[in-house]
Design a binder for this molecule. Structure first.
Ligand code: CA
Ligand code: CA
Length: 375
């Protein structure tokens, strides 16, 4: 941790103010709700976000690599994990432009995350074009700072499609009871052009059953061989299951489906999700799946209910259902979040007990995390 890091984090902490945003039931906000309407609000103007983290992971032999940066391969200890900036601008009634860049831990320069335009002049749907999050998995679609846990679930980081370049039709605004998203992308991932004539297709439907309960169903198909999160997992773990040769041969189809829900009542919130993916190529077929539940409860303190939140989560992830190995993960997280200014400025102290179905290794992690959005 350099003196520059210390100064930067100290400056950010001192600027922590009472600014906050409402918790959303609908995770993906590609559009701005009219003033006064509840729901996802795409923040206009300039925003910046910093996440600073200290993590300590047990260093057992043959650690599975999840690429989380919290293990020794990822360089645990202190890191400035997220350094983000975004700018949103609304042109008149029906056009919104949004851009989001990052210079996270280990990066030498800024990288484009989102760059898109949304047109809302039609009644039947809005159209978003550019680079954006593919609409799959609540856990992936919700900004990290609004996640109860310091880590997103493994199914959302490994099985869900990520940011991509393409077109998205969506009708899931604000208080719509039913919401839907239909997107087509190059499938090659962030800042990649489609060079293979292959595509990622994603569908998502959401239902606001009550103002407190949102359930959703996802489906995706990707026949691009480049840069999928599952392929990255194989690479990090020495080409597990022999599938890397299929990816290298550019002949792999990935299908995924999932469901998720979120519930919020008073000071309590709970999320749950399941995803299953099938990978096919070269006459081989592999299934991967997993699920998670996580919850938080705000403890009242001096008349405030948003200060201290106890959190817990459990997840299972199986990257190959035919094989029992050290990549079969069962993780239990417990800890608390201290909300200085609701979810826009918070501390997290969490302990992750990482159990492997086979050949358990010592790899539990302690995380102290500080995250701040300012605008
Ligand atoms: Ca397995
Ligand atoms: Ca373990």
């Amino acid at each position: 941790m350099t003196s520059k890091h210390v100064l930067m984090v100290a400056a950010v902490m001192l600027s922590c103010s009472g600014v906050c945003s409402a918790q959303t039931l609908r995770p993906a906000s590609y559009w701005k709700c009219p003033t006064g309407k509840p729901g996802p609000v795409k923040q206009m103007g300039f925003n910046a976000r910093v996440e600073a983290r200290y993590s300590l992971t047990q260093d057992g032999p043959a650690l599975p690599s999840w690429g989380s940066r919290d293990d020794h391969q990822g360089g645990d200890g202190y890191n400035t994990r997220r350094l983000r900036a975004s700018y949103g601008h609304q042109f008149g009634e029906d056009l919104l432009a949004y851009a989001h860049v990052r210079r996270d831990w280990g990066m030498d320069e800024f990288e484009i995350r989102d760059a898109y335009l949304t047109y809302s002049g039609w009644d039947f749907a809005n159209l978003t074009a550019g680079q954006m999050k593919a609409p799959f998995s609540r856990d992936h679609l919700t900004s990290h700072i609004k996640n109860p846990l310091a880590e997103r679930s493994l199914i959302s980081t490994i099985l869900a499609p990520k940011r991509d370049v393409g077109l998205l039709l969506h009708k899931a605004d604000c208080t719509d009871t039913f919401g839907w998203y239909a997107g087509i992308y190059g499938g090659d991932g962030t800042n990649k052009t489609n060079t293979h004539g292959t595509y990622l297709t994603v569908l998502r439907a959401e239902y606001l059953a009550t103002p407190e309960l949102n359930v959703a169903l996802d489906w995706a198909h990707n026949n691009s061989p480049l840069n999928t999160p599952y392929q990255k997992l194989l690479k990090k773990n020495d080409g597990a299951y022999g599938l890397q040769t299929l990816y290298d041969a550019e002949a792999v189809d990935e299908d995924a489906w999932g469901l998720d829900l979120s519930f919020a009542h008073g000071g309590t919130r709970a999320w749950a999700g399941y995803t299953r993916s099938n990978i096919e190529g070269g006459g081989r077929s592999v299934a991967a799946d997993g699920w998670y539940v996580k919850a938080g409860h705000h403890l009242p303190w001096r008349g405030e209910t948003n200060t201290l939140e106890l959190v817990a989560g459990y997840e299972e992830f199986d990257p190959n259902t035919d094989v029992a190995d050290r990549l079969d993960a069962r993780w239990l997280t417990i800890g608390f979040n201290y909300h200085v200014a609701k979810s826009n400025c918070q501390w997290r102290l969490q302990y992750v007990v990482r159990d492997e179905k086979q050949d358990d290794v010592s790899n539990n992690t302690l995380i102290l995390d500080y995250e701040h959005t300012f605008r």
